[in-house]
Each structure stands twice: as C-alpha cells, then as structure tokens.
Design a binder for this molecule. Sequence first.
Ligand code: NDP
Length: 253
Amino acid sequence: MRQAGMAEFSDQVVVVTGAGRGIGEAIAQAFAAGGAKVAVLSRTAANAERTAAALNEAHPGCAQAFPVDVGDFDAMQATGKAVIEAFGQVDILVNNAGVTRDGLCMRMSEADWDTVLDTNLKGAFNAFRAFQRPLLKSKSARVINIGSVTGIMGNAGQVNYAASKAGLIGFTKSLAREFASRKLTANVIAPGFITTDMTDELTEKQREASQEMIPLKSFGEPEDVARATAFLAGPGGRYITGQVLAVDGGMAM
Ligand code: NDP
C-alpha cells in the first residue's frame, strides 16, 4: 500500500501564486513536502526566490521562482509559458496572491478599488488562462482559490476586498461547472483571521475584537490553510467541486 502523506503529490506540478510569504509560502511548503514540483509565483522577486530556495533546501530540485504581477494579463501569460517550459505540466493551480487597501467606501480611491480587484479577482482569471492548457491535460486537475470569510460575510471598510473575494466564489463555481466534464475541480478556501503580515497590520484593539468573533477564540496559522488546500488537491478532494470551505475557527457559520 502506498504510504500516506510523504509522496501524495509526486509526479504533480503545483503553481502557487503569492507564495513569497504568508499563507502562500505555507501552501508551497505543504506541496513540496508531499513530493510535488512547485512553481513559486510572487510579485517581489526576492520573496519568490527566498521561498524557492527554502523549498529546494528541504527537497532538492523541487521548486523554481517566477516573479510576476498576477494582475497583469500579458505578464501572467508569459509566466505561464515559462512555468510550462520548466516543468512540462501543471496539475494544481492555487490562486493565493491577494492584497488589502482598506478604507470606508465613501472615501475609497479608484486606485484602491482597482488594485484589489485586479490582484485578487482578475489575477485568478489571468492565472487560469495562463495554465488552462496543461490543467486540461492533467488527469487530476485542481484549481483552488483562496477567498476570505469577508467574501461571505462582508466587512465595513473592505468593500473592495469583500467584492473581490465574493467575486472569486462566483468565478470558481462557474469554472467548476464549465470544466466538470473535463474532470477539473475548482473550489474556494475562505480563511478567517490567519497570523501573517496581512493581520499584523491590526491594532491590539482590533485583534481582541476579532478574536471575540471567532468561536474557537484564536487566529489560525498559515499551516491550517495549507492543510485544507492539500486535502482538496489530494485524493480526498476528488469528488468535491464548486464548494467554499471556510477555515476560520467557526467565524462564518
Ligand atoms: P500576505 O500579505 O502575507 O502575502 C501576500 C502574498 O501575495 C505575498 O506573497 C505577495 O507577494 C503576494 N502578492 C500580492 N500582490 C501580488 C501580485 N499583484 N502579484 C503576485 N503576487 C502578489 O498575505 P496572506 O498570506 O495573509 O494572504 C494570502 C491570501 O489569503 C490572500 O489572498 C488573502 O486575501 C487571503 N486571506 C488572508 C487572511 C489572513 O487573515 N491573513 C484571511 C482571509 C484571506 P510579494 O511578497 O512577493 O510582494
């Protein structure tokens, strides 16, 4: 019998966007630990390279860095070509790159709206288009989009972010229906509060108020999201498509 865990993803190529730090980095690590080859995409070259170097140190030859702005359609297609040239296939796409530009709607600049929608929502479309060909050739194609509980519940001060994450749900469900006959599954993971640079921006008061809203009473770790992603990407996710899985300590139930 095949050993569970270690080589679950051997022979598979995974693309993780926003893998330079935070949740994306933890997701990339989980796949590398499972024997996958990992394309580490991130906006800042130094961050992409640092993650890839760490993965290669633990699992020699498994990772390569590809700096790219996911919001730039043409740059993303060029990166797609480079990844396919390097690895020859893509089986799993994790759209994790995301940003916040919080502010009350009445005062939000057009630039802050556009940056968040371009990165969080259009970025997922751009990446799918860049990897659609190899994904449709794969026998176990998986698209996993990292949303947010904010896309389900809304949040004052985050109209741009909530709209982008709610949009990801519609994008994902449509993708799931469009490609079901090709055996490609598409799902959203909706994290709640996870300890990363993104939540480091919260004040102590905001942090306490946030914890009050979480039934499990603590923030999650990037590894909690990584484990859920690996589950959906592995054999456990074979018959699951078009779903939103909250990893949020019970916040959005
Ligand atoms: P971080 O801010 O820690 O990291 C964001 C990552 O996204 C970085 O690697 C960054 O790249 C990358 N990125 C940002 N913009 C772009 C871009 N235009 N092109 C390519 N890469 C980009 O965020 P988290 O790890 O906390 O969040 C990861 C995902 O999880 C996001 O989609 C976020 O919305 C979502 N999420 C996070 C929650 C949390 O509590 N932390 C809660 C709910 C959802 P680089 O470092 O190279 O600049």
